[in-house]
Design a protein around this ligand. Sequence first.
Ligand code: HAM
Length: 437
Amino acid sequence: MQKIQKIKGTQDILPPESEKWQFVENTIRDIMHRYGYHEIRTPIFEETALFARGIGQLTDIVSKEMYTFEDRGKKSLTLKPEGTAPVMRAVIEHSLTVARPVNKLYYISPFFRQENPQSGRFRQFHQFGAEIIGSPMPEADVETILLGLDIYRALGLSSFVLKINSVGDAESRVNYKNVLKEWLKPHFDALCRTCQERYEQNPLRILDCKETECRRITAGAPKMIDNLTPAAEEHFRAVLRMLEENDVAFEIDHRLVRGLDYYTYTAYEFIGSSLGAQNALGGGGRYDLLAQELGGKPTPSVGFAAGIERLLMALEAENLLPETALRPDMYIATPGAEGRMQAYKLAQELRAQGIRVETDLLGRSLKAQMREANRNGARLVAIAGESELQAGKVVLKNLENGEQQDVPLAQLGEIVRKMLAPIDSQTATVRAENRDS
Ligand code: HAM
């Protein structure tokens, strides 16, 4: 029979790769908690209208990339392509701003976009993201940036730059669109087909077109930040001042407009230097009008999201991932069928004490079990033969230095814990993080 394979653009995250994900996710959660963000989990699919209205009908995401389908009730549903619109939908639906004027929420979740798969670009990908819902202050914009930077810093990543721009408020945008269109008019015929289509509907996107000729043309275009209303300009200056105060290096990028329509005021991206064409590690900005767009009250908000696959690629490229593969502390080997039941009970007792214990599930010979213990990276092996068990003891062998000793069953857990303590303090840290999160 023909084998069924995974869908193009999706990935199976197998062990020990999955343990790298856990390591990164634990770090993300730890830093999110330090900043006082609480986790929000929204459904994998939503009503299609949420994204059409939230992200913008004319964006690439909505017009070309969404996984949209009708359910049996003929309702149009979409697998979530991003997290901000769902978070805002949930905030409005549950009136979260009534209980707290400012909600700081984070998520780690899969998202779905039908893009052409390539290195760093998938159809199911994962983001971690944070949103501050309900604050108009420039401090909130800066906090989301500092949070993103701290997560990268905690993982040791430094090979990236922060690019920032202001896309203004609604009024600045209307003004700027006219200025830009006027300026582009004499160059219209030289623009690529896509940009010619963007000219009427979404001229700002012409600024971030990757075509050489379009880039050449727009290099001299008027800048958004020279066309801001006084309020938008004041906000942008305050954000930049705070970044400087906090010693954050940034580049103002006049072409940075982002691929989602909900942005107002600040827009920013973290651009990785060790990645290829798909070098955006993460991006975000302010979206003061989204709540109203979704039927809520005015709720100024700001946030960012960052790709986990790209983060792992960047960490891998710089050799920044520690050895994370989970190893058993101990393997219980049973030479004969008779001791088996007792050995499994012993394993349960030790597991209850927090020790990672593996046993043989294939009825193998003692030699094969010892090989398996080594292959799995077990630190210790307890050989539980029938006669030893009857005498109330096991032979405990340290696989790292070959030493072995007889240990009374009553003291096994205590002795094992003592032996493990100094072996690997790093594992203990990772373990503590796993436990705490
Ligand atoms: P975005 O720029 O569309 O923003 O996505 C954020 C990040 O997700 C990108 O920088 C990239 O690292 C990753 N990403 C996006 N598409 C893919 C893909 N096909 N394959 C792999 N990684 C991908 C947003 O989604 C906004 N919701 C961010 C935000 C939050 N703005 C305000 N709050």
